[in-house]
Design a protein around this ligand. Sequence first.
Ligand SMILES: Cc1cc2c(cc1C)N(C[C@H](O)[C@H](O)[C@H](O)COP(=O)(O)O)c1[nH]c(=O)[nH]c(=O)c1N2
Length: 235
Amino acid sequence: MQQDEPDDHLVRAAAFSKADRDAVYRAIHTRRDVRDQFLPDPLPDDLVGRLLQAAHAAPSVGFMQPWNFLLVRDADRREAVWQAFARANDEAAEMFEGERRDSYRQLKLEGIRKAPLGICVTCDPDRGGPVILGRTHNPRMDSYSTVCAVQNLWLAARAEGVGVGWVSIYRADDLRQILGIPRRVEIIGWFCVGYVEQLFDAPELAVRGWRQRLPLDGLVFEERWQEEEGPAVGT
Ligand SMILES: Cc1cc2c(cc1C)N(C[C@H](O)[C@H](O)[C@H](O)COP(=O)(O)O)c1[nH]c(=O)[nH]c(=O)c1N2
C-alpha cells in the first residue's frame, strides 16, 4: 500500500476559541468521582460508543493501545462485583483506627449496583509484542497509558452529563473470577457509569471532611527537587 508523505498529515494547530477553551476547562474542573448520584436510565449505545472512542483516542506508550473495556450491564454480575467490593471494603476499614475508621465507614465509595453500566478497564501487557517503544526501561508505562484512556472517558462523560465513579476496592482475583479476566491481563479499575442530574461542586471526600485539596504552590518545584522542611505535604 502506498504511504502518504508524513508531512502531508501536518495540520494547523491554532489555539481553540475562548468558548471551546472554556468548555475544555469546564469539563476538567467540574468532573467528579460519582458514587451515589446515578440515575437508573440505561445509556444509549451511541453515547457509550462516543465515550469509548474518547478513551481509545488516548496516548499510549509506543502506540500500543493496551486497553480493553469490559461492559457489564447484567445486574447479577454487578451484584457479584459489589460483593467483592464489600469484602475488600471491610478489610480496608480495618486499616484505619478510631474516629478515622468511623468516618471511613460512613463514606460511600462506590455505585456498583446503582449505576446501570459497569466498565472494567484492563491493560494487556502483551499487546504489540514483547518489546514496546518507550516501555523498555519503564515497564509500568502500559498501565499509565490505560489510565490516560480512563481520564479521556471520564472527561467525555462529564461533557455528556454522564457520571463516572472509579472503584479500586476489591481483590483483583475476585474480579478475574467474576469476569473471566486472564491472569496476565492487569485490571486497571471498575468504573460505575450512568446519567447524573447532580454533581458535587468539589471532591466529595473534601466536602465530607476526609481530605482537602492541597495548595498547588507546594507541589510545583523549579529546576530541582525540594525536600520538605516541615512535615511532608499532606500529613
Ligand atoms: C486510581 C484511583 C482510584 C480510585 C479513585 C480515583 C483514582 C484516580 N477514586 C476517586 C477519588 O476518591 C476521587 O477522584 C478524589 O476523591 C477526587 O475527587 P473528584 O474525582 O475530583 O471528584 C475512588 N473513589 C471511591 O469512592 N472509591 C474508590 O475505590 C476509588 N478509587
